[in-house]
Ligand binder design. Structure first.
Ligand code: GLV
Ligand code: MN
Ligand code: MN
Length: 414
């Protein structure tokens, strides 16, 4: 070993350059953010860039049938790798850190080790998983879900995008339908570095989050159907307006979450009227509902309350409705030993650290089904994410990547 491990640290300028290079693909003009929805041309370009970096590092790369890419640095022994990684797809109005940081910091860790001549006992792997965002193809964390055997590949390939094509068609079109076996063999352990995407670390003045788990996620798509008619001639009391039902539901989701209180959250993020014209009472209204809570019973209770409200609101307006489940994941608790390792590693590196749950969904919650797993959070300025103005200061990126480096090393030597 050329350098004592305790002295190893990542090169923040190199990591920043990697983030900037990837963010240049699908860049949103006038911002630092980017738009690379899963399996679009922009996603393909991003994949090609990260694959090239994996190749430059001499890693063994595999691509599986859902397009997950895994790059392995051999260790001194064979066996399942200690894995890190995240995703490089973004929401349509995304930042440069969400997901990308976890993948590129993983490559930075490997470059740091290679430069120092360190070969850990176990292999190390860096992965990027397909369609973590779920914004184009629900559910979220689709690639990692299939990776761990939570959904058969055939079923995943049939999922339709919000703009039409299926996962299978788009994977083939962009050249990322690989052949590595699915479900994949379980790693030895998995640790994901991610920005917090919320305000807690910044508000508390703490650098590192040792993530204890991920809250439960419930996504539904509701389509309400009424009677399309002339906006000028139809008396108000004679309408069957699905648009009204949709906006009442949106207001209810907000009121319900406020009423239940922290940590319940509820969001109507997409709403579409058809035919969506100024002088036509809509024929139908389609909207999504995102409900999350760290407690499964609370989350179920919340789903029930929403269903009751929807039924009553539709009945009053004489409309019908259909519900399609887009995603449903129970809360996940991470491995206590790996969480403790993240915490002590941060402390040993002189960083302040807070144990905290994740409000966002992450690939780590899927990997937790098959191996000991935890996550490392770094601050998000103003708690902003899923927004091109998402920002994490270089010192925080550096601290997070160094905690990742030493956590992975400890796991790889264990
Ligand atoms: C995925 O990023 C989610 O939490 O919505
Ligand atoms: Mn993410
Ligand atoms: Mn995201």
């Amino acid at each position: 070993m050329a350098v004592p491990r305790s002295d190893l640290s990542i090169d923040i300028d190199r990591l920043q350059q990697r983030l900037a290079d990837l963010a240049a693909i699908g860049a949103i003009e006038g911002t630092d953010g980017c738009s690379r929805l899963a399996l679009t041309d922009e996603d393909r370009e991003g994949r090609d860039l990260v694959m090239a970096q994996m190749n430059e590092l001499g890693l063994d790369i595999t691509i599986d049938g859902i397009g997950n890419v895994v790059a392995v640095m051999p260790g001194q022994t064979k066996g399942p790798p200690v894995m890190t990684g995240s995703h490089i797809d973004t929401v349509r109005t995304g930042g440069r850190y969400d997901g990308n940081l976890g993948v590129l910091a993983g490559l930075e860790v490997i470059e740091t080790l290679k430069t120092a001549g360190v070969i850990p006992k176990r292999p190390l792997a860096v992965a990027f998983f397909t369609d973590e965002e779920g914004a184009r193809f629900p559910p979220d964390m689709l690639g990692s879900l299939v990776y761990v055997g939570g959904m058969p590949l055939e079923q995943a390939l049939e999922i339709e995008a919000i703009d039409g094509p299926t996962v299978g068609e788009e994977l083939t079109r962009i050249g990322y339908a690989g052949s590595a076996p699915l479900p994949a063999a379980a790693p030895h352990a998995f640790v994901e570095l991610h920005i917090e995407q919320g305000p807690v670390l910044e508000a508390e003045g703490i650098t590192i989050g040792a993530v204890t788990g991920v809250q439960g996620i419930s996504w539904q798509e509701v389509t309400v159907t009424g009677q399309s008619n002339h906006a000028g001639t139809t008396p108000m009391h004679m309408r069957k307006d699905p648009g009204l039902v949709a906006v009442e539901c949106a207001a209810f989701v907000r009121e319900m979450a406020m009423d239940i209180g922290h940590p319940q959250v509820g969001t109507v993020g997409r709403i579409e009227f058809s035919p969506n014209l100024v002088n036509v009472i809509p024929a139908s209204a389609t909207f999504t509902v995102d409900l999350r809570n760290t407690d499964e019973a609370e989350l179920r209770h919340c789903e029930r309350r929403f269903a009751d409200f929807l039924e009553a609101a539709a009945e009053v307006e004489d409309c019908t409705f259909e519900i399609r489940e887009l995603a449903r994941f129970e809360p996940v608790v991470f491995d206590p030993e790996v969480v403790a390792l993240v915490e002590t590693t941060a402390q040993e590196l002189g960083q302040s650290v807070l144990r905290m749950p994740s409000g966002a969904g992450h690939d780590a919650q899927m990997l937790a089904r098959v191996c000991p797993t935890a996550m490392i959070f770094t601050q998000s300025r103003d708690g902003l994410s899923h927004n091109p103005h998402e920002y994490t200061a270089p010192a925080d990126l550096e601290a997070g990547a160094n905690v990742l480096l030493h956590t992975l090393l400890a796991l790889a030597e264990s």
